[in-house]
Design a binder for this molecule. Structure first.
Ligand code: XMP
Length: 343
């Protein structure tokens, strides 16, 4: 008889898992959470844990998980480097402190980061500066807290792969939130409780932990923030422009009901200015790029086929509401060859 290979393969895998390995097939995210909490408790003992909150989903889920595991022995340092999205710093602080009762120490280091980034245009150099400054600010704040035994990070699986697995894969770029802590940092050990999870699993875990949907369904946001969504030199003016445009795009994606269909979307400020016309006036302003991608794992991605009506509305609102933008572009490039971010 003709063999259905798909069914045959599935039956073999089932047989291997259930008969050979003895798996029960009843695994849920609730189980994962319980196991993760137990493992963290075993590892941490009576120790104190420090976590860097970034404003993104991953570090928030890591904070919630750690809070459940070690309660008030967790302290979060939230370094506001001024590269966050519109109102993001306040929102993160409100949810984590107010709803989750996490001890959050916010450091407003916007001016410091901007001065260090002044004049820097090379993407890897920006990442290095942000990573180094981040650690310095973090370390200074950590010293105020006193002795800490563990440093926790919200690293997820794709971050680990892209930063190089044991020297076997090429380092695509330096993730400031993976690995690279200088020797002078006085922590005994690092904990990365999300290290084996993909993004969708991190979200599931967040919901299981009781985090609000508004936070769990936040757009993934990189550690170096808007610095890797703005090409060329980073200035306060450019960041303000970008923040406003990005907020409009996100708002319209949500209104169109596409905020959970697209896996990541944001605005990026190109460093390109060109001539335009506004009323009777000639303008010479920036072009903003909209980026939206479909992806399973963020290692490869295709661009989202967004409706023209939506793009039209976003474009009209951005040029109408955000000063210094006179052109809106939609990025129709997949990864590879492009990356998701614009740096
Ligand atoms: P790229 O641009 O490499 O992005 O295609 C893939 C995914 O990784 C995120 N990303 C980062 N996340 N720290 C992070 O936490 C980083 O330094 C970083 N760089 C990129 C990016 O947002 C996308 O989801």
């Amino acid at each position: 008889p003709e063999v259905n290979h798909t069914e045959f393969g599935t039956a073999m895998i089932r047989n291997f898992l259930y008969e050979v390995c003895g798996a029960k097939g009843q695994w849920t995210m609730g189980d994962y959470k319980d196991v993760a909490i137990r493992q963290i408790r075993e590892k941490v003992g009576a120790g104190k844990v420090l976590l860097a909150l970034s404003g993104g989903v991953d570090s928030a889920v890591a904070a919630a998980l750690l809070q459940r595991a070690v309660g008030d022995r967790l302290t979060c340092i939230f370094v506001d480097h001024g590269l966050l999205r519109l109102n993001e710093g306040d929102e993160v602080e409100r949810v984590m402190k107010g709803e989750f009762h996490v001890d959050v120490r916010r450091v407003n280091a916007q001016d410091l980061f901007l001065s260090k980034l002044a004049g820097v245009t090379e993407p890897e150099r920006k990442r290095k500066i942000i990573g180094e400054e981040f650690i310095r600010v973090f370390e200074a704040e950590a010293k105020k807290i006193g002795k800490v035994d563990f440093l926790a990070q919200g690293t997820i699986y794709p971050d680990v792969v892209e930063s190089g697995l044991g020297g076997e894969s090429t380092v695509v770029k330096s993730h400031h939130n993976v690995g690279g802590l200088p020797d002078c940092v006085d922590f005994e050990e690092i904990i990365e409780p999300l290290r084996r999870l993909f993004k969708d699993e991190v979200r599931q875990l967040g919901l299981t932990l009781g985090l609000p949907e508004s936070l769990v369904w936040r757009q993934p946001f990189p550690g170096p923030g808007l610095a890797i969504r703005s090409t060329g030199e980073i200035t306060r003016e450019k960041l303000d422009i970008l923040r406003k445009a990005d907020a409009i795009f996100r708002e319209e994606m949500a209104l169109a009901g596409l905020d959970r269909t697209a896996n990541q979307y944001f605005a990026a400020l190109t460093n390109m200015r060109s001539v335009g016309i506004m009323g009777d006036e000639r303008t010479y302003d920036y072009a903003i790029a909209l980026r939206s991608v479909q992806t399973q794992d963020f290692m490869t991605a295709t661009w989202s086929r967004l409706p023209y009506e939506l793009l039209d509305k976003v474009s009209g609102r951005i040029v109408g509401e955000v000063p210094h933008i006179n052109r809106v572009l939609y990025d129709v490039t997949s990864k590879p060859p492009a990356t998701v971010e614009w740096e």
